[in-house]
Design a protein around this ligand. Sequence first.
Ligand code: CMC
Length: 443
Amino acid sequence: MAKNTLTVTDNRTGKTYEIPIEEGGVVRAAAFRDIKNGADDFGLMTYDPALFNTAVCRSRVTFIDGDRGILRYRGYPIEQLAEESNFLETAYLIVKGELPDQKHFRTWQHNIKIHTMVHENIKRFMEGFRHDAHPMGMLLGTVGAMSTFYPDAKNIFDLESRRLQTRRLIGKMPTVAAFAYRHSRGLPYVYPDNDLSYTGNFLSMLFKMTELQYKPNPVLEHALDVLFILHADHEQNCSANAMRSVGSSSPDPYAATAAAIAALYGPLHGGANEAAINMLMEVGSKDRIPALIKEVKAGEKKLNGFGHRVYKNYDPRAKILKKLAYDVFEVTGRNPLIDIAIELERIALEDEYFIKRKLYPNVDFYSGIIYQAMGFPMTMFPVLFAIPRTAGWLAQWAEMVRDPEQKITRPRQVYIGESERQWMPIEKRAEPTMREDAVSEAI
Ligand code: CMC
C-alpha cells in the first residue's frame, strides 16, 4: 500500500530510515539529523545555498505557481485584483486575510489615513541626508530610525501593538518616500492630504507645487494603484526572507522593515527595473538588440528584467503592466523605450537560449518604463516597490510572530576553513599568503 514516507538507506552503515512526507510534498530537514554514521556523528544536514529548494515557513498569504504563471493573494488571482480592486483594499486583504466589506474598508481607510503624518523630528532627521542621497537609502535609514520614535512597537506579541504598527507603517511609507524624493530635488516637503486617495495623496506629496490642492490625474492615480497592487506581496523572496529572518530575533517591525528595504535595494531584487531601463537606454534603438542578445548569450551580460527564480513562464504581473503602459502613455505621451522593450521581448522569446532556460519578462521589465513616463527619476523605482510591499512584509512578519513553529533563524554552515592551528607571535609569522576569500583579498 502506498505510504506518505520516504525510505532512505545510508550506505555507510546499511541502516534504513523512514521519513514522513508531509502535506505539499515536504520532508523536514531536521529528520536527516537522525541519519548518523556513528554515535558521535552530528547527523546529515541539507545543503541549500540561496534556499533554492527549502521552505522556511508555512504561509497563507500568497500563492505562486511559477510554471503556470499564477499569482494569488489570499486565493484571489492577481488579474482580478488589478482589474477590480484598489491598493488599500488589497493591503487589507493581505494583512487581514479577507477582503473588507464597505464598513470595514471605511474604518481601515480611516485608520491608515490618520497615520500619514510623521513626527516633525523625522522630517528633520531626513533633512540631515546629503543633497544627493539615494531615496532608497533615505527610506531605509528613516524607517530604521522610526524604531526610536515608537518604543511601544517592541511589544510584538501584543495583537493591538502589531495592528497599530501595521497601520502606522502602511500610512507613513508614502510620506517618507515622498519626502525622500523632495529632498533629492531640493524642494520643500509636502504634508499629506487625507482628502485624496492613498496613491492620490502620494502623488500630491511628490509633485504638488504652489497650487492650493493638488489634483492627481485619475489615469495616473489609477495606474499607480495597479502598480501598488502588483507589488504588494510575492511570498518568500529576498526581502520577505529578510523581514522574517531579522524579525525572528524579535526586534520591532520598523527594524525588520528596514532590513527588508535593504534587501529590496539590490539590483537583483527591487533595483532590477532601474537596471532594465538603463539597459534599454543603452540599447537605444531596435537595430542594436541583436548585438545585446549576442552578448547575453555569450554570458557577458544579463537581460535585466528577464528571468525569475520562481516564474518559469510569463510573469503575470508583467502581462498586466505591458497593457497598463499604453493607458499611461495616453496621458504622458509614449515612452519610446516601450518599442525597444517589445522588440527585445519578441526576439528573446524566439531564441533557443531563453526558451531553454525558461526566461521570460518579469515585473521589472515594464514597470520602469511606466514609472519613467510618469516622471519618476530612476532612483525612485525601488522606493515605489517598497511602499506597497510593506503590506506584504507586515503580513509575513505577523504570520511569523504568531507561528508556534518559528524560532530565531539560525542556519547551519559547512565549515571549509582551517582545522585547529597554534597562535604565533607576530615576529615569528611567515608572510601571509593571498587567500581566495574576499576578505583576505581586500586586505
Ligand atoms: N539574462 C540572461 N540569462 C539569464 C538571466 C537573464 N536575465 N537570468 C538567468 N539567466 C540564465 C543564467 O545565466 C543561467 O544560465 P546557465 O544555466 O547557462 O548558467 C540560467 O539562466 C539560470 O539562471 P540563475 O541565475 O540560476 O537563476 P536564478 O533563479 O538564480 O536567478 C534572477 C533569478 C531573477 C536573479 C535572474 O534571472 C536575474 O539575474 N535576472 C535579472 C535581474 C532581474 O530582472 N531581477 C528581477 C527579478 S523579479 C523581481 C522580484 O520579484 O524581485
